[in-house]
Design a protein around this ligand. Structure first.
Ligand code: TRP
Length: 344
């Protein structure tokens, strides 16, 4: 039984995206991803999953992983994803992702993966100690997308390279197996006001769940006091705010706070800047804190409410997985036929 019905959507456009259950979600994830998912679900058929296969490319405590998945699911629901409209599920509940990833491991070239900057960033100096999974991570990501023949993938700027790899894999599969047009070449949707939210402590690095300083980010579950305090403590400079956006060049922290303000209030950055032109951060910060509390506060509250009933989240994820498996099955069956494998 499933209570999920496909949404009305434009042509054969399909959205797919996912977030890893490996750490608390923050303002950057909210503005850069979750808000977009909730909006897109009404424009195209939408699949949003929790990337728990990807999560174990770095160690995850098995006793905690399911709860981490529920937390991401609660964040999806709290920001407005509707399980009656979008298909919401855990990646590990749909085996076709991993099966297709194997075939793609044999399509992708080592040279392609050697160029992936996210692997280099994550592995750092000791890449020989990383899991093989971390290296082939973007191949699994391609499988996530193409198993549903998704055409549009809302992601952060840092995922653009993985989307290019996905297109390369799709094109090479189609070409090598004489299956022209079988897989679509999906597009990354990276634009939008929340595309790049920076750390509150250092305007030159992205807001990140792996930053050791909790003050660098606003977590989705932070209460009003924590949100206000983090904004009050956010790093700034001593100058007043200028009239024009161009004049913020070189002032990364100031630019970031104006960007956050604009994204949270759904206004243009220039419009926000004009309001504060000639004033310092003493004027901006209290207003930004109030705004952030009014937008983020209710989301944290809704997440806590949803997480108090884990059985209901599990039911939603279960129904989503059932629907996802049904959509993935014919693609996988076709792939097996194309490759020359034994089918069912
Ligand atoms: N790599 C993505 C991230 O870290 C998460 C992800 C996994 C994903 N598979 C995906 C995003 C497929 C979009 C589509 O943000």
């Amino acid at each position: 039984m499933t209570d999920q019905a496909p949404a009305p959507y434009a042509g054969n456009k399909r959205v797919l995206s996912g977030v890893q259950p490996s750490g608390d979600l923050h303002l950057g994830n909210y503005l850069g991803a979750l808000v977009k998912f909730a909006r897109l679900q009404h424009e195209m058929e939408t699949f949003i999953f929790v990337a728990d296969l990807h999560a174990i490319t770095a160690w995850q405590d098995p006793k905690k992983l399911k709860q981490q998945v529920r937390e991401i699911a609660a964040a999806y629901l709290a920001t407005g994803l509707d399980p009656k409209v979008a298909t919401i599920f855990a990646q590990s509940a749909v085996p076709a992702h991993a099966e297709l990833a194997w075939v793609f491991n044999c399509v992708a070239r080592l040279g392609w993966l050697d160029r992936m900057t996210q692997f280099k960033d994550k592995a750092g100096k000791h890449k020989e100690r990383e899991s093989v999974g971390l290296y082939t991570y973007p191949v699994l990501q391609a499988a996530d997308i193409l198993i549903y023949k998704a055409t549009h993938v809302p992601v952060g700027e840092d995922q653009r390279q993985h989307l290019e790899l996905t297109r390369d894999i799709a094109a090479k599969f189609n070409h090598d197996f004489d299956a022209e047009g079988f897989f679509p070449l999906p597009e990354a949707l990276t634009q939008g006001p929340g595309a790049r939210i920076m750390s509150l402590r250092d305007g030159s690095v992205k807001m990140s769940k792996s930053d050791p300083s909790d003050n660098s980010r606003i977590n989705l579950t932070d209460d009003a006091d924590a949100i206000s305090q983090k904004i009050r403590k956010a790093r700034t400079d001593a100058d007043v705010l200028p009239e024009k956006l161009e004049d913020l060049a070189g002032r990364a922290e100031a630019l970031n706070l104006i960007g956050v303000y604009a994204a949270l209030s759904q206004r243009a950055a220039q419009d926000v800047l004009s309001e504060f032109a000639g004033q310092g951060f003493g004027a901006l910060k209290p207003k930004l804190a109030d705004l952030a509390v009014s937008v983020m506060g209710p989301i944290g509250g809704e997440m806590r409410r949803l997480l108090a009933d884990p059985a209901e989240i599990d039911r939603i994820l279960g129904a989503g997985a059932e629907r996802a498996r049904a959509v993935a099955a014919p693609t996988l069956a076709e792939v097996k036929k194309i490759v020359g494998y034994w089918g069912e």
